[in-house]
Design a binder for this molecule. Structure first.
Ligand SMILES: [Zn+2]
Length: 329
């Protein structure tokens, strides 16, 4: 089974299957995850199992017509309310799907409506769903995926059975990276994992796209900037491509400096950069690091939430703050 590749997802999969077997599965299931793609994996695997005609225990066969129709997303009893980027799920799409379920006698058995992303629902869509789930069509299950931090409408949330997926424990994530990427050294894998908030899939993506290999270059230049007291040399490095990730590396480095100052050595993220952490720690006060750290976090938020912002100017402002306070200690 595909889900076997992600051991930390299996618990939820097994629990849902067991409840289905006992006819105790809630009709509306909301799965929130640190990585929304995990919810796709779980929901696809559950759907495959439900429609598989050769299942054994909790396993689907992966070969029967039921399994193949789910994989190709063509099963007549499997409805996906998916919307393209920057568009929302129209109320009519929801109503028409329910009409189809009520009016057609497709293959005997369950029906699944999958909403891959909760944030694609408008308030009208949510209200329509609320009415539908008051009296849902027989044997129909709604699976809804969402990012872990996305706020869910209170009433809607109260009608769902909720699951939350958190990143796996560090040792599990570490073993997964070593198994699934070309990074085989434990220390290097640990640095990548910690730099990505223990998110193994994101770590893998950054390794495969050769983005993580830029980190050392960025950190090396931060060291040069600090030694030369010239922060403007960082501008062309930071304001080109992958700006958000590069700022995240600065934020994590500054967090390490704060931890270092408080002697919390076991929680350091950049364990290969002890000299740099020590140098920044010596040069600046705790309060100053706190101030520029907050400022970089604000800058990162602006980059995420404000469209058409002048990124170069924003970064320049941050570097000026650093430059201006260079003799702070
Ligand atoms: Zn099958």
């Amino acid at each position: 089974m595909y889900i076997n590749q992600y051991p930390w997802l299996k618990k939820i999969y097994i629990e849902i299957i067991k409840n289905y077997k006992k006819n105790q599965l809630h009709n509306i299931i909301l799965i929130k995850s640190y990585n929304i793609h995990n919810t796709f994996t779980i929901i696809m695997e559950i759907s495959k199992w439900i429609f598989c005609t050769n299942k054994i225990g909790i396993r689907s066969c992966g070969k029967c017509t039921g399994c193949l129709l789910i994989v190709s997303k063509n099963h007549p009893d499997f409805y996906i309310l998916y919307q393209k980027k920057n568009t929302f799920i129209e109320v009519d799409i929801i109503k028409n799907t329910i009409k189809k379920i009520l009016n057609t006698s497709q293959q005997y058995g369950s029906k699944i409506i999958w909403i891959p992303s909760y944030k694609k629902l408008t308030i009208y869509g949510i209200n329509t769903l609320l009415k539908i789930i008051e009296e849902p069509p027989k044997d129909t299950f709604f699976f809804i995926g969402s990012s872990i931090n996305h706020n869910i409408h209170k009433t809607f949330s109260s009608r769902c059975l909720k699951y939350k997926i958190y990143p796996p424990r560090e040792n599990i994530g570490l073993a997964w990276i070593i198994k699934n990427t070309n990074i085989k050294k434990k220390k290097k894998s640990l640095i990548i994992l910690r730099n990505n908030n223990n998110n193994p899939e994101l770590s893998k993506k950054l390794i495969e796209n050769n983005i993580f290999s830029l980190r050392k270059y960025v950190l090396y230049n931060i060291r040069c900037a600090i030694i030369k007291n010239n922060y403007f040399i960082l501008l062309p490095i930071l304001s080109k491509k992958n700006i958000y990730i590069k700022i995240n590396w600065i934020i994590l480095l500054l967090l390490d400096v704060l931890k270092f100052k408080k002697n919390f050595f076991t929680f350091l993220i950049n364990i290969d950069q002890l000299q740099l952490i020590q140098e920044i720690s010596k040069k600046y006060t705790y309060n100053f690091i706190q101030i520029i750290l907050k400022s970089w976090i604000k800058c990162q938020n602006k980059l995420i939430h404000i469209q058409y912002i002048n990124q170069e100017l924003l970064i320049l402002q941050e570097l000026l703050k650093w430059e201006y306070n260079k003799h702070s200690k």
